[in-house]
Design a protein around this ligand. Structure first.
Ligand SMILES: C[S@@+](CC[C@H](N)C(=O)[O-])C[C@H]1O[C@@H](n2cnc3c(N)ncnc32)[C@H](O)[C@@H]1O
Length: 389
């Protein structure tokens, strides 16, 4: 991986401390741990993981850029979806999962205030203590007057939630299992020590949930022997928790991914695992543990199925481009200019990144699950791609 910029000596020492913890766990587990556990430790090990420790991560000086960091236009559009749902409910709260730097929360609160539709509370559920502090700093700076509405949670409320739940690029950051289909059985990839670094080792699995899922993929869309891919086993319990606490409202998930027939297509026979370091994407999760992001694409059919299994309706599924346009992205842009042409041109550039097919427009999808919501909510009134799920 010679084209990647070398980390500082301090960053490498940090990575080596995490690698030491992982090696110890591998040793204590008899020589190997499931890849999902390795990914969990790399991203979320307290004080050491990529999201738990203090590296930059977001933005030009970090490793990747997300839609709320690209432009406030993204949050202003999502505010129209929240407005529609909160108006229908008459009252309600917002709960954002994995709020990153807090940029989306700050934009949403400001825009909902302009629309006269502030939520009762704006909850944030964030796994990373470091990001929680960063979110507090962002909101103190950008929305000081609305800060008292924001509350950080350690766990989901148990029941009685009405309103909107949001997760932008959270599902792709959930630890996944990696599997190989051998034409008959399923191998689960583990991680073992190889000298100073780590390597793959595949072991036949007897886990009934994993076997049942991979057999389903083999029936449709069909897998050839040797096919390797990923599977998010944390998704169903995560959605179950949300379904249990949701009285009425919308869960909006935005992420990169495909419906199942594209996800497990022969073209993706090496899976979708991807690492991000300083705006370079590559496929080696064993490089510099804790210094790089590790992600997998989202199987949106699995999201819809897990939602249906917990009695949530699939309220909509479309591309990010169609979603933002239905929320009035073009009108927001028109209203921005062109009297102030520098600001207008900047926003036009940002809008293109959000919606052009070669940028985020088609790669990113929006899915809405919910309960007790009538009609179609803003964002899903344009193109309905639910038939693809
Ligand atoms: C790629 S970042 C996206 C951050 C932000 N939503 C954005 O769009 O800029 C992934 C975020 O999800 C958080 N995360 C991952 N799994 C989570 C979970 N189960 N509950 C809450 N947050 C989670 C991470 O800590 C991190 O903040």
């Amino acid at each position: 991986m010679t084209d990647l910029p070398a980390p500082s000596a301090q960053a490498l020492a940090h990575s080596e401390r995490l690698a030491g913890l992982i090696r110890r766990e591998i040793h204590d587990s008899g020589g190997a741990i499931p890849f999902s556990r390795y990914m969990e430790l790399c991203l979320y090990s307290p004080g050491h993981g990529y999201y738990s420790a203090g590296s930059q991560k977001f933005g030009a000086a970090g490793d990747f850029v997300t839609a709320p960091e690209i432009s406030p236009l993204f949050g202003r559009c999502l505010a129209r979806t929240c407005n529609g749902v909160l108006e229908q409910l008459g009252h309600g709260d917002i709960l954002e999962f994995g709020a990153g730097t807090g940029a989306l929360a700050a934009t949403l609160l400001a825009e909902l205030q302009l629309l006269g539709r502030l939520p009762g509370r704006y909850f944030i559920l964030e796994r990373s203590g470091e990001l929680r502090s960063r979110q507090q700093e962002t909101l103190r700076r950008l929305s000081p007057r609305l800060l008292d509405r924001v509350e950080w949670l350690d766990a989901l409320p148990e029941s009685g939630f009405s309103g909107v739940l949001l997760a932008n690029e959270v599902l792709d950051a959930m630890p996944v299992e990696r599997f190989r289909w051998d034409g008959n059985g399923v191998e689960r990839f583990h991680v073992e020590c190889r000298g100073d670094t780590f390597g793959w080792c595949a072991r036949e699995t007897h886990d009934p949930e994993m076997i049942a899922a991979v057999r389903r993929f083999d029936e449709d869309p069909g897998l050839h022997p040797g096919y390797v891919s990923e599977l998010n086993l944390q998704l169903p319990p995560w959605l179950q928790g949300i379904a249990t606490m949701l009285d009425r409202g919308l869960l909006l998930l935005v992420d990169y991914g495909y419906p199942r027939h594209e996800y497990y297509h022969p073209q993706h026979s090496e899976g979708t695992l991807m690492c991000h370091y300083r705006h370079r994407a590559h496929g080696d999760p064993f490089l510099w543990p804790g210094l790089q992001d590790i992600t997998a694409h989202v199987d949106f059919t699995a999201v819809a199925e897990a939602g249906a299994a917990t009695d949530l309706d699939v309220l909509g599924y479309t591309s990010q481009a169609w979603f933002l346009l239905d929320c009035g992205l073009d009108h927001l842009l028109q209203a921005a200019g062109p009297t102030d042409s520098a600001s207008y041109l900047r926003q036009a550039r940002e809008a293109k990144t959000l919606i052009l097919p070669g940028e985020m427009g088609e790669r990113f999808k929006c899915i809405g699950l919910g309960r007790g919501i009538e009609g179609t909510v803003p964002g899903f009134r344009g193109q309905d791609f639910r038939f693809r799920l």
